[in-house]
Write a protein that binds this ligand. Structure first.
Ligand SMILES: Cc1cc2nc3c(=O)[nH]c(=O)nc-3n(C[C@H](O)[C@H](O)[C@H](O)COP(=O)(O)OP(=O)(O)OC[C@H]3O[C@@H](n4cnc5c(N)ncnc54)[C@H](O)[C@@H]3O)c2cc1C
Length: 142
């Protein structure tokens, strides 16, 4: 039997899931790096969005477009996902102008992850700079 259209759309990784901006954190004095805390509008989307540290998602803004951004929150944190974004061009500037309560889209998770299981029980030394720093730090809480 054919699946209902609603389910086909919901399972399609190319269709953005609706999320609400529930918190915006300004990370630096120059105000060009902000963290966006997003909550899924639909509970089923939140359950389906299973990610591991290192993966990214496409953040989509109506009319403006999409940008790939690394997921900055830890999968152990429930109820929201976070993205730390540096203002660069069209999409990221529009993101920076948003206010809490705005609805937007998220498509993902996409890409690869760090080999957390491989590191378990081993001593490791690592560093990161730039936009991946925050998600990298979050992986230590996974
Ligand atoms: C897998 C992946 C993960 C990423 N993760 C992150 C992340 O976690 N955080 C993060 O901040 N970024 C991240 N990025 C980078 C981010 O995706 C880009 O900065 C973003 O897509 C830019 O989109 P935009 O529409 O804002 O910029 P665009 O409008 O596409 O502009 C792109 C570039 O062109 C420049 N530009 C645009 N218009 C002009 C103009 N008129 N004159 C001169 N220069 C101009 C902009 O300054 C910018 O550098 C990631 C990228 C990838 C591929």
């Amino acid at each position: 039997m054919q699946k209902p259209l609603q389910q086909i759309v919901a399972e399609n990784p190319y269709v953005p899931m609706p999320v609400e901006v529930v918190k915006i954190i300004t990370e630096v004095d120059s105000k060009d790096i902000k963290t966006f805390r997003l909550a899924f509008v639909n509970k089923e989307d939140e359950e389906r969005f299973k990610y591991i540290p290192g993966q990214f998602a496409d953040l989509s803004l109506y009319v403006k477009g999409e940008s790939p951004i690394v997921i900055a929150s830890s999968p152990t944190q429930k109820g929201y996902i976070e993205f730390t974004v540096q203002k660069a061009g069209v999409v990221t500037s529009a993101l920076h102008e948003m206010e809490e309560g705005t609805l937007m889209g998220v498509r993902g998770p996409l890409g690869n992850s760090w080999p957390i299981e491989f590191l378990e029980g081993r001593t490791s030394s690592s560093w990161a700079a730039g936009s991946p720093s925050r998600p990298f730090a979050r992986s230590s809480t996974t």
